[in-house]
Design a binder for this molecule. Structure first.
Ligand code: HEM
Length: 445
């Protein structure tokens, strides 16, 4: 088997020659990424790690690919800011949208306002305030309490798929799970969940390094529509609060005794929360089930390990290792961003104050300095310190929930359909930041 998986499914992750990888690496420009890179960026990442791990890009920013360098940046939040207020390049800038018809405040575009109000793109104090409130609702007990509902949801989807004899891995399964789980977290009425996924895809999609004017406009429009919807939901929840133990929206409205959130902060952080858990988790589940098709020996071994597990705990442990390896191998969120607040040194390279930094999670997660045989999917991998959820003070607030969703969705799918197979080459999203598939037709036997 090659480093890219077996030849029969090469069309899913096409191989790239060393010469081509070197070419793309030499002239890397996130605003102009070729299709073969988007289909399989890993040879380029490997080349960058070896030759230019702190790569200067044409716009003056730097692109980091080594695991140790990413950890150093993530860890030092005093030097490396997440605040996007002062960034001037897309996707955060508002200059080209100085007075768009959809502006939510004079001179500020909806996407700019959204991204600069959400906790992930802020430093303390806003970051600390919002994170504390959210984390209070994502305790181990609260997440364990979600298990029975998650199992019912997944089994219901599997029943429908069985009745149809197959379907689309993304549409009928992977994407149908997070929308319900995150919807439950904010207690969004079931009948109103329809537009959530579209808004989420458009808003997070607008974080891609290169955008068409149509994608940008759709991102703005989606923020506007999402906010309009949430205003009504928040007003209703203020009149009739839910149980703050389970309902994150009530929690965000009531605060935790400290300084509360302004109305704009409240709405934008709800939008972020609803988005953060959507496409990322969809792609974890979709990428995993598609990777198994590319790595039949790993699939056979995983099935054997699951059959051999003597207890529920042992089965959970097998699935836990597998989920973390799927996250490492095909990280659904491939890129992160920071800005140096002061002159600093990263990976032996001096950076000036103000330097914009892209953290390449997808590259760090395949760094041979950190992992043995990093280009090989190894579902029994132990000590897997991947960066798929980031690291440090901004590390994913939903990581336990995402892992639970992954274990239940992938585990129950494999148990029910051990012989599932893709019936056509799945269609990739072809995005640099969010790595996943748009659809993947399959049959259950
Ligand atoms: C496989 C699924 C997921 C992946 C790969 C993922 C990835 C990430 C990453 C890389 C970050 C860090 C961003 C940074 O440091 O700049 C992050 C932050 C965050 N994620 Fe996730 N995420 C996932 C699922 C979820 C879920 C299910 C939720 C909701 C419950 C969630 C909520 C958040 C929040 C609130 C933050 C911001 C944390 C902060 O800034 O302190 N994520 N996620």
């Amino acid at each position: 088997m090659s480093a890219h998986g077996p030849a029969s499914t090469a069309a899913i992750t096409p191989a790239m020659s060393a010469a081509r990888a070197a070419d793309i690496a030499a002239t890397l420009d996130l605003r102009r990424l070729p299709a073969d890179f988007l289909a399989n960026p890993y040879p380029v990442y490997a080349r960058l790690r070896e030759t230019e791990p702190i790569k200067r890009l044409p716009d003056g920013s730097v692109f980091l690919t080594r695991h140790a360098d990413l950890v150093a940046v993530y860890r030092d939040a005093q030097t490396f800011s997440s605040d996007k207020q002062v960034e001037s390049g897309p996707p955060y800038n508002h200059a080209p949208f100085a007075q768009p018809p959809w502006a939510v405040a004079p001179g500020v575009s909806p996407l700019f306002q959204h991204h600069t109000s959400s906790l992930v793109f802020n430093d303390p104090p806003l970051h600390t305030r919002v994170r504390r409130i959210i984390m209070g609702a994502l305790t181990r007990r609260a997440i364990e309490g979600m298990t029975p509902g998650l199992v019912r949801l997944v089994d219901g989807l599997l029943d429908q798929i069985e009745a149809q004899g197959g379907g689309d891995l993304i549409e009928d399964f992977a994407s149908a799970i997070p929308v319900e789980i995150i919807g439950n977290l904010l207690d969004v009425p079931h009948a109103e969940r329809g537009p959530l996924r579209g808004w989420s895809l458009a808003i997070l999609g607008a974080l891609e390094p290169a955008l068409t004017p149509e994608q940008e406009a759709l991102g703005h429009q989606s923020v506007k529509e999402f906010l309009a919807y949430l205003k009504d939901l928040v007003a209703a929840r203020r009149r009739q609060p839910g149980d703050p133990e389970h309902d994150v929206l009530t929690r965000l409205i009531q605060g935790d005794g400290g300084e509360g959130l302004s109305e704009a902060e409240l709405l934008h952080n709800c939008v972020f929360l609803l988005n953060a858990g959507h496409e990322t988790t969809t792609n974890l589940i979709g990428n995993a089930l598609i990777s198994l098709q590319e790595w039949p020996e790993q699939r056979a071994q995983l099935m054997a390990d699951l059959r051999a597990a003597a207890s529920d705990e042992a089965r959970e442990a097998v699935l836990g290792l597998a989920v973390d390896e799927f996250l490492r191998f095909e990280s659904s969120n491939q890129l992160g961003n920071r800005r140096a607040l002061a002159a600093c040194r990263v990976g032996g390279v001096d950076l000036p104050a103000g330097a914009l930094i892209t953290l390449c999670i997808g590259a760090a997660n395949r760094d041979p300095a950190q992992y043995s045989a990093p280009e090989v999917l190894n579902l029994r991998r132990e000590g897997n310190k991947h960066l798929a959820f980031g690291f440090g003070p901004h590390q994913c607030a939903g990581l336990s929930l995402a892992r639970l969703e992954g274990r239940i969705a992938i585990g129950r799918f494999l148990q029910r359909f051990p012989d599932y197979r893709l019936t056509a080459t799945p269609l990739r999203g072809m995005r640099a930041r969010f790595r996943g598939f748009l659809n993947a037709p399959f049959a259950v036997r």
